[in-house]
Design a protein around this ligand. Structure first.
Ligand code: SF4
Length: 350
């Protein structure tokens, strides 16, 4: 049986490729720019809505191309205001994004996914229990920002202020599409958001952190550290075996020296595992080489994992220890726990 030809996703084209197609249709070249802005600035998901193009051109585009938009599949609202959205990709896979509002600080952050599933198997993470299915396309990452921005405007009357790549997947293993999506999110003929408001979070892939530096990116970097010695980190994050702390710190220092962008360590506090004064001392030692903020995060237990969350008193003492050693620390109480939207809980659960 002959395979049914599928149409190319128009958002996979570069602007020069789109221009080539348009001029090949005997249309003026500027039409390509108009289409480009419909796709990346106005977030059009149909050709029909491209109202400044002739009907004939819209039909022609529809004959040749598809727009593989993500589709809202389910929305869950937490009692603390956090909103988790599950989106279906054009091939049926599901991913999740989370909107975390802090209206009193005018902070509206979206946490986006970069892969369907994840290959890294961090022990405390629900996503890590899923297999990696595939990397998301740049447009699928872009769509999460676009749609959650609309959700933020509709619900809170405020656009997104921050974007964090901390949802499903390891962004640096989807390097090219993550970079491309950030290009569209920050471009003047895209969503026009500032790269300073974007943070890419990695479980720690030294080679790719160096590549970010060489590519001279303008966004912030977060390392999911979670343990401050190799012995402990090996236990909870298998990626540490090929990317030990010495290699990682060298790569992050390289990133800092080249870009001067903001760096943070994410540190989930697990009771009796990484929350002792000795652990705090190891962590403080990792904060001396370059300016870094430590974000201590309350753990959200997931089914089948042996970890428990640290008590508030332990977290406070841990934070105090670091502050006394002039480490910049924030403590994040978890958000959206009641809807499995908190850190490490994204797993497309019913
Ligand atoms: S914490 Fe991040 S990198 Fe680790 S398994 Fe979960 S999604 Fe993957």
């Amino acid at each position: 049986m002959e395979a049914i030809p599928t149409k190319t996703d128009i958002r996979k084209l570069t602007l020069p490729e789109l221009e080539q197609f348009i001029t090949g249709m005997a249309e003026p070249k500027f039409r390509a720019k108009q289409i480009w802005e419909w796709l990346w600035k106005k977030g059009a998901h149909t050709f029909e809505e491209m109202s400044n193009l002739s009907k004939e051109l819209r039909q022609n585009l529809d004959t040749h191309f598809a727009i593989h938009a993500i589709r809202e599949d389910r929305v869950q609202r937490s009692e603390d205001g956090t909103i988790k959205s599950r989106f279906q990709l054009h091939d049926g896979h599901l991913i999740e994004s989370v909107l975390i509002p802090v209206p009193e600080e005018k902070r509206f952050t979206v946490c986006v996914s970069s892969q369907a599933g994840c290959s890294l198997s961090c022990k405390f993470c629900a996503t890590g229990r899923m297999k990696r299915v595939r990397n998301l396309d740049a447009a699928e990452i872009f769509d999460q920002v676009l749609l959650v921005n609309r959700q933020s405007l509709d619900t809170f009357g405020h656009p997104l202020s921050n974007i964090v790549f901390m949802g499903m997947g390891e962004p640096l293993l989807a390097y090219s599409t993550v970079m491309e999506s950030i290009g569209h999110i920050t471009a003047a003929d895209g969503l026009g958001m500032s790269p300073k408001r974007i943070t890419v979070s990695t479980a720690g892939i030294a080679k790719m952190i160096r590549k970010l530096a060489d590519d001279n990116v303008k966004f912030n970097l977060a390392l999911s550290l979670h343990a401050a010695t190799d012995a402990k980190r090996d236990e909870i994050m298998p990626i540490n075996e090929q990317n030990n702390l010495t290699t990682l710190m060298d790569a992050i220092e390289y990133f800092y020296r080249k870009t001067r962008n903001r760096i943070s360590y994410e540190y989930i506090a697990f009771q009796g595992f990484n929350d002792s004064p000795e652990d705090a001392a190891h962590l403080a030692a990792l904060c001396r080489r370059f300016p870094v903020t430590v974000n201590i995060i309350e753990y959200n237990p997931i089914e089948g994992a042996d970890f428990r969350k640290s008590s508030e008193d332990t977290i406070d003492a841990f934070a105090r220890y670091l502050r006394e050693r002039e480490v910049m620390v924030t403590v994040r109480r978890s958000r959206g726990k009641d809807i499995d939207a908190a850190c490490g809980q994204l797993a497309n659960r019913e």
